[in-house]
Design a protein around this ligand. Structure first.
Ligand code: PMP
Length: 403
C-alpha cells in the first residue's frame, strides 16, 4: 500500500450531516459569481463603517508592549472585555450583570452552537419566529431539534405559542431576534417581549434573545430587552461586535444564567480553547475609550438610514406600487412579498441576468415557506446603486410576468 491509495470503503458520516444544508446567502453568492451584480443579498455591514485605522493603531500599540497578547487566553474571554460587556448589559437590563455570566464567543454564531450543545438532545423542540434567521435554523437542525415556527409578533401568535407550549413536553428553547430582525426588519414591542419572557419562564424554556442590530435604530430606539422581564434563570442574551465594529473581529458574546456558565465554558474550551487574546485586547482598547462606540454608531446610523430610505422609496415607486413591504426602523433588511403570488426564486434567476441579487424568502421559514417573499438588504450597497438595483429588479419582474 502506498500513501496515494484510495481507501476501499469510506467511513459513514454522522447522522446529523443529513441536516446539513447550504446557506441561502452562500447559494445566491454562488449564483451571482462572475456576474456584475448590484448586491442586495448579503447582510454584511458597510465596509465604510469598519474602524480600520483605529484597529491598526491599537494593534501596533499593544504589540509594541511585548508578546503577551500573542499567548493563549482564558476560554471564557478576556476579563476586561467581559466586564465591559457586563456593564453594558447591566445598563440595558437595568439590573446588575456579573462578568462571570458573560462568555466571549467566535461571533454570535458560535454562541448558538454552544447553546445547542448545552441544551438540546435530538428531538427537543425549539420555537422560532416565522420567518427567522437562517443561520440559527441551520444550527438548530444540525442538533436534530424539532423546529416549530410561529409568528411571535402578534397576540394571536403568542396565543398559539402558549397553546403549543402547554402540550409540548420537550420544549427547550424559544429563539427570537427581537429588534430590527433578520430577515424581516421587524421589532417586537414591549408587551410582546414581556409575554414571551413570561411564557418561557412558565414553561421552563430558555428564551434566547439574539440582538445584533439593537444599536442600529434609524428612527426609534430599541425597546428594553425581553430579558428585562425574565427571571435571571430563564434568559440568554446574545450580542456581537460584527455589526458595530467589523465582522472579522469574530467577537460575540452570550450572557447566560448561572446554571449554564460552567457548562458553556467547558464546551467553549473543547471547541477552540478561547477567542484570540490579541483580538479581544484590541477591541477592548477601542471600545473602552469614552465616546468611541457612540461616535461610530452615530456615523453608521447616518449611513444606513440614507441607504434604507433609498431602498424603501425606490421600492414604493416601482412594481406599480404592488410590492408589499414594511419600512424597517433599523437593521439591514427589507422583507417584501411579490405581487400576484410570483415566485421569488424564479425572480432571482431573471434578476441575476439583469444584474441585481437578493435572497429568496423560502430558506428563512422553518416550515411551510411562502415562496413569494424575499429579503433585500441595503447595508453594504451605496444609495445610488440601490436605486439602480431596484430598477433592475423591476425589469426582471416584468420579464417574469411576461413569461
Ligand atoms: N444572529 C443574527 C440575527 C444575524 O443576523 C447574524 C449575522 N448575519 C448573526 C447572528 C451572526 O453574527 P456574528 O457571528 O458575525 O456575530
Amino acid at each position: 500500500m502506498t500513501f496515494t491509495d484510495a481507501p476501499s470503503r469510506l467511513p459513514a458520516l454522522a447522522s446529523r450531516t443529513d441536516q446539513l444544508a447550504d446557506s441561502a446567502v452562500a447559494a445566491v453568492l454562488r449564483l451571482t459569481d462572475g456576474h456584475d451584480v448590484i448586491a442586495l443579498a448579503a447582510g454584511s455591514p458597510a465596509p465604510e463603517t469598519y474602524c480600520h485605522q483605529e484597529f491598526a493603531d491599537a494593534t501596533t500599540r499593544l504589540l509594541s508592549q511585548g508578546g503577551l497578547p500573542l499567548r493563549y487566553g482564558d476560554a471564557s474571554g478576556l476579563p476586561e472585555l467581559r466586564s465591559w460587556i457586563a456593564a453594558r448589559e447591566s445598563a440595558e437590563l437595568g439590573r446588575p450583570v456579573d462578568a462571570g455570566q458573560v462568555l466571549v464567543t467566535h461571533g454570535s454564531q458560535q454562541g448558538l452552537d454552544l447553546l445547542c450543545k448545552a441544551l438540546l438532545d435530538p428531538g427537543d423542540v425549539v420555537f422560532v419566529d416565522r420567518p427567522s434567521y437562517v443561520g440559527a435554523l441551520q444550527v438548530f437542525r444540525l442538533f436534530q431539534a424539532r423546529v416549530v415556527d410561529i409568528s411571535l409578533g402578534s397576540d394571536e401568535g403568542l396565543d398559539r405559542l402558549e397553546a403549543a407550549l402547554s402540550v409540548e413536553e420537550r420544549a427547550k428553547i424559544i429563539y427570537v431576534v427581537p429588534t430590527f430582525a433578520n430577515p424581516t426588519g421587524a421589532t417586537l414591542d414591549t408587551a410582546h417581549r414581556r409575554r414571551l419572557a413570561a411564557l418561557a419562564q412558565r414553561y421552563g424554556c430558555v428564551l434566547v434573545e439574539d440582538d445584533p442590530y439593537r444599536d442600529l435604530g434609524y428612527d426609534t430606539v430599541a425597546p428594553r430587552p425581553a430579558a428585562v422581564a425574565s427571571a435571571v434563570a430563564g434568559a440568554v442574551r446574545m450580542g456581537t461586535f460584527s455589526k458595530v465594529l467589523f465582522p472579522a473581529a469574530r467577537l460575540g458574546h452570550l450572557v447566560v444564567p448561572p446554571f449554564l456558565t460552567d457548562v458553556l465554558m467547558k464546551f467553549k474550551q473543547a471547541a477552540d480553547l478561547g477567542n484570540s487574546l490579541l483580538m479581544q485586547q484590541v477591541v477592548h482598547e477601542l471600545v473602552k475609550e469614552p465616546g468611541f462606540l457612540a461616535t461610530r454608531l452615530e456615523l453608521a446610523r447616518h449611513l444606513y438610514r440614507r441607504r434604507r430610505d433609498a431602498l424603501v422609496s425606490a421600492l414604493a415607486g416601482s412594481f406599480e406600487g404592488a410590492l408589499e413591504f414594511e419600512v424597517p426602523h433599523g437593521g439591514f433588511f427589507v422583507w417584501a412579498r411579490l405581487p400576484g403570488g410570483a415566485d421569488a426564486t424564479e425572480l432571482l434567476a431573471a434578476a441575476v441576468e439583469e444584474g441585481v441579487s437578493f435572497v429568496p424568502g423560502t430558506d428563512f421559514y422553518a416550515t411551510g415557506p411562502d415562496p413569494s417573499t424575499l429579503r433585500l438588504s441595503f447595508s453594504c450597497t451605496r444609495a445610488e446603486d440601490i436605486v439602480e438595483g431596484v430598477a433592475r429588479l423591476e425589469r426582471a419582474w416584468r420579464t417574469l410576468c411576461k413569461g
